[in-house]
Write a new protein. Structure first.
Length: 296
């Protein structure tokens, strides 16, 4: 991954700034985002891993791929890093796919518990990349309202689904049934990248959702089965900060992409799950907004 590829989605001066900070022993970009001496090279490798996974799928070498990479990327804005993210891996992979394969319709589906403000910002005025984000409402970084739907040529190509804290497997399944899968069906993207964050798991310390590993299996299975001939899905690791639950959730996603059975069901524990009626009302609100742009 060279600087030219990174500079396709990031301001060149920012890419050089990260390189220089690392070369001078490291430093902090913000309160959450630290650059170590090795960070620049590792972040380039991370973006390169996202590109390699996406290319493998689009070249037909594999029906689906999963890039187990870090640092994550979906908070990285064109001109600065934040939220543990240095370079926007999914955006770099999407840009590479468009340039290398001449694709005009791509989708980035983001199910991290945090809104991918960086990915949204990069493609907000771009009608060639559909960005769909499911995230916990009123949570870091504070973006991702339903009304944020894109601008200019990208109007309607940003879909935000902010869900109440305490949403579990059934709430996410309903969001996919009512919004995500219908939009994928009508938009028919030529390539699909999943920003696969797992901090919506009930055991994650940085989220307030109640999704289980089996729930992530369901989401991946629904997406994979929505694709023609069940191909063309590249998943890229984003958040997830409890290593045991992260492992279980990633393995569940891999099982779904490989056509294997779901893992055993888990019980989310004592946390209070948001009433199904509240989640359903929110999804209906999202669906009403989305219908202004997509025939679902």
């Amino acid at each position: 991954m060279d600087e030219e590829q990174l500079a396709a989605v990031h301001v060149r001066e920012y890419v050089q700034h990260v390189r220089d900070v690392a070369a001078h022993g490291g430093g902090a970009l913000d309160a959450d985002t630290v650059v170590s001496p090795a960070s620049y090279e590792i972040a380039r490798l991370s973006a390169g891993g996202a590109v390699a996974a996406t290319r493998a799928v689009l070249e037909g070498r594999v029906p689906a791929a999963f890039a187990a990479i870090r640092p994550p990327g979906h908070h990285a804005l064109p001109d600065r890093g934040m939220g543990f993210c240095l370079f926007n891996n999914a955006a770099v992979a999407a840009d590479d796919a468009r340039r290398r394969f001449g694709l005009s319709r791509l989708c980035i589906l983001d199910w991290d518990v945090h809104h991918g403000n960086g990915t949204q910002a990069i493609f907000y005025r771009d009608g060639g990349v559909l960005y769909i984000s499911l995230h916990q409402e009123y949570w870091y970084p504070g973006t991702g309202a339903i009304e944020e739907t894109g601008a200019g040529d990208g109007t309607g190509f940003t879909i935000n689904i902010p869900l109440p804290a305490g949403t579990g497997d059934e709430g996410y399944r309903l969001a996919f049934e009512e919004v995500v899968i219908p939009v994928l069906n009508v938009s028919a993207p030529q390539g699909l990248i999943i920003s696969a964050g797992y901090d919506a798991h009930f055991g994650d310390p940085l989220g307030g959702m109640l999704v289980t590993a089996a729930g992530f299996w369901t989401l991946a299975q629904m997406v994979f089965h929505s694709r023609p001939e069940r191909t063309g899905v590249a998943a890229i690791l984003e958040g997830g900060y409890d290593l045991a639950h992260l492992t279980d959730s990633v393995m569940a996603t891999l099982a779904a992409l490989a056509g294997r059975p779901a893992p055993a069901a888990e019980h989310p524990g004592p946390g209070a799950e948001t009433p199904y009626s509240a989640v359903r009302a929110r999804i209906r609100q999202v669906r009403s907004t989305v219908r202004n742009y997509w025939n679902i």
